[in-house]
Write a protein that binds this ligand. Structure first.
Ligand SMILES: NC(=O)c1ccc[n+]([C@@H]2O[C@H](COP(=O)([O-])OP(=O)(O)OC[C@H]3O[C@@H](n4cnc5c(N)ncnc54)[C@H](OP(=O)(O)O)[C@@H]3O)[C@@H](O)[C@H]2O)c1
Length: 271
């Protein structure tokens, strides 16, 4: 049985669907109720409360773990006590490229490596689904605002992260590996807004925010260190952060999905 945390999220919801479709037993963990496919069961749980996850881990063999809460070691101990032998961690590319600004994922990575479980770490770059932040302004007035308008990065479709997770959770041969996950090519925020415009059949006006405007907005829903790390990658990416990683193609045997593909599948959110 597979335990998927973050089951209401962009990656977790798709991973639950993929595992269930493959005929696997899945326990979907989240604080909010998650819409589930047949074959999956929901277990309400908070990664900030490891003791409360005991029931979810009972009889599990593998765990998809999200960086949330502050007690990764206690979560991993509870998982091992329930029977988990394999853990796949959804970390961030920044844990490798800017460890000083990504303390939370770095701490989770260390806990996973030292857990005694068979581990695999996924380090995705920025998600295509971050464009959902534009859904309301695009629906309301066909406008999308972001900083660093022309800094292009190879954003990844969360459906590809879920597919990679499904492979490494189910297959042998990925123990002790860290995979960097990106999309197939760099796309700037201005280009992403235009691509969404094409998907909805209407022109989307792009408004470039200052770094300070973006920072103030992000502080409304992200911790300060995460905001600084994200702004550093968005504004002044390193060579490595700009580069397309070969790992998605190696693991899935096909190129990663494009941003246009993500926008076409999610166009309804922007209409
Ligand atoms: N977005 C990016 O560009 C990006 C880039 C690199 C890495 N990541 C990592 O990928 C993960 C997902 O990011 P996302 O942007 O796709 O977010 P998302 O779809 O909004 O997913 C967040 C998920 O986290 C769950 N969650 C949050 N706090 C929790 C807690 N204390 N206990 C249990 N579940 C909790 C939420 O479930 P409930 O609220 O229902 O509990 C939700 O399912 C994040 O951990 C992030 O660090 C994101």
């Amino acid at each position: 049985m597979f335990v998927v945390t973050g089951a209401t999220g962009n990656v977790g919801s798709e991973l639950v669907r993929l595992l269930a479709a493959a005929g696997e037993q899945v326990t979907a963990v989240s604080r909010r109720p998650a819409p589930l496919p047949g074959g999956a069961r929901h277990s309400a749980g908070d990664l900030g409360d490891p003791a409360g996850l005991k029931a979810a881990f009972e009889g599990a063999g593998a765990l998809f773990l999200l960086v949330a809460g502050d007690e990764p070691r206690a979560v991993l101990e509870a998982a091992a006590a329930g029977g988990v032998r394999r853990v796949v961690l959804l970390s961030s590319q920044g844990a490798g490229t800017r460890p000083g600004l990504y303390g939370h994922p770095v701490a989770f990575e260390e806990a996973v490596r030292e857990s005694g479980l068979e581990w695999t770490i996924l380090r995705p770059g920025g998600f295509a689904s971050n464009a959902f932040a534009w859904a309301e302004p695009i629906r309301a007035h066909r406008t999308a605002a972001a900083p660093f308008a022309d800094v292009a990065l190879p954003v990844i479709d969360p459906a590809d992260i879920a597919e990679v997770a499904s492979v490494v959770l189910r297959e042998d041969g990925h123990a002790g590996r860290t995979y960097v996950l990106t999309g197939p090519g760099p796309v700037s925020p201005r280009e992403r807004a235009a691509v969404i415009g094409e998907a909805v059949g209407a022109e989307v006006r792009f408004v470039e925010q200052s770094r300070e405007e973006a920072r103030a907005q992000m502080l409304g829903f992200m911790p300060e260190q995460a905001v600084e790390g994200t702004l550093a990658i968005l504004g002044t990416p390193t060579e490595e952060e700009r580069r397309v990683s070969p790992d998605v193609e190696r693991l899935l045997g096909r190129a990663p999905r494009t941003f246009a593909d993500w926008a076409a599948r999610n166009a309804v959110a922007f209409r």
